[in-house]
Write a protein that binds this ligand. Sequence first.
Ligand SMILES: C[S@@+](CC[C@H](N)C(=O)[O-])C[C@H]1O[C@@H](n2cnc3c(N)ncnc32)[C@H](O)[C@@H]1O
Length: 311
Amino acid sequence: MTKQLYRADNSIMQTFAAGSVDLIYMDPPFNSRAKHRIKPSRSPAEPALAFNDTWQWNEQAQSSWEQLQNHHSAALRYTLSYLRTVLGPSPDLAYLCTLAEQISWTHRLLRATGSIYLHCASNYSHYLRLVMEGVFGRGNFRNQIIWSYRTGGVSKRHFARKYDVILFFSKSQDYHFRLPRYRSYQKKRYGYNPRYPEHYDEEAKSYYHLSVCRDVWEDIPAIGTSNRERTGFPTQKPEALLERILEASSKPGQLVMDPFSGSGTTLVVAERLDRCWQGIDRSNAAIATTQRRLQEAGITNYDKVETGRNP
Ligand SMILES: C[S@@+](CC[C@H](N)C(=O)[O-])C[C@H]1O[C@@H](n2cnc3c(N)ncnc32)[C@H](O)[C@@H]1O
């Protein structure tokens, strides 16, 4: 059973065996122009840096651009030329070229029956969908999932922006998928008749029925300040979100990879659902948080791989 946590840059994916992974969930930085800090304790000390989400058009971005000019997909090359025309050599283009390169690495790793979910911000999802179509092929687009949540912070100048986009692509037409169901409590609206007394939720004091998941997910709250899952790692995603993705697109025993594993949400969920897992993160704070979280969940039997010196 592969269970591996890499403290490394995810360019290490290029050294992994082709066709070895069944499901990839990737939640890269959102180009938020922020330095994200850990927020766990009430200590007056300056919170530690978790990761830097600022981008520049520099030598590294230029090198990603040049690598991508040799990509076998003409659609990806045209998309990137279009983006360069529209955005110019800018922080935005640096962000998109870096992600395009990382996405192209994931394609090689996936098994023919595998799938990938790219979690991104709504202000970049239209560009990233073109990049994903360039790498995975237009015919392999499955869903643009809207994950809508109710966090604080609103502007007076436009409607509150309260959703992320999750782009779901398969590697081929022959992919594994099992449609998940979720508990719906909207009994009056849909004329629900509690024929199944076992469908009673003690906590919510209400009957529910099992509804098929559509592509707009409004039933999974973001991690709030009092959430018991909260690790203090910024941008941490809820376990319920990963549970839905893993249950839909992987089977017990299969390998799930997260190349931006952050606080380790994908890894703890994979373990709970009997999947094998690989997580990669280059941030020391992310790896420390993940190790603590795995320990607390009683997960000690895994390989920790260290490469290079990272921020
Ligand atoms: C949005 S966070 C992931 C949050 C995660 N899904 C969770 O639930 O905690 C993005 C993570 O990507 C990591 N990261 C960014 N660029 C990376 C790279 N090139 N290689 C490895 N990790 C990277 C950051 O350190 C950060 O922890």
